[in-house]
Write a protein that binds this ligand. Sequence first.
Ligand SMILES: [Zn+2]
Length: 100
Amino acid sequence: MTEGIPVLVCLRVHEDTISSVVPGSTQGECDKCAHKVWISRSGQQMMAQEEVRVRCLECTNEEVPTWGPDQEVRAVTGAREEISEYLKSLLFPRKSDEPL
Ligand SMILES: [Zn+2]
């Protein structure tokens, strides 16, 4: 029985292309297809606090039409801030001699 267990949606790791991931991300595995995926820091924190089903985006897209109307959809706590912080670092790179 896996209903009620949150799904953590992750991007697949693509070995053949250069992709940009949020710093601190680690590699995990999709519970359904076993493809390698990126798990962000906020995703890692969620996994430490509760049971989740790790899913790549492709498997999630296949599952969504089977979800019932009661399926809860929520953002991972801290994910929005994490992405915002990362995008700012790309736009305004910190100089190496600048204090943190
Ligand atoms: Zn998958």
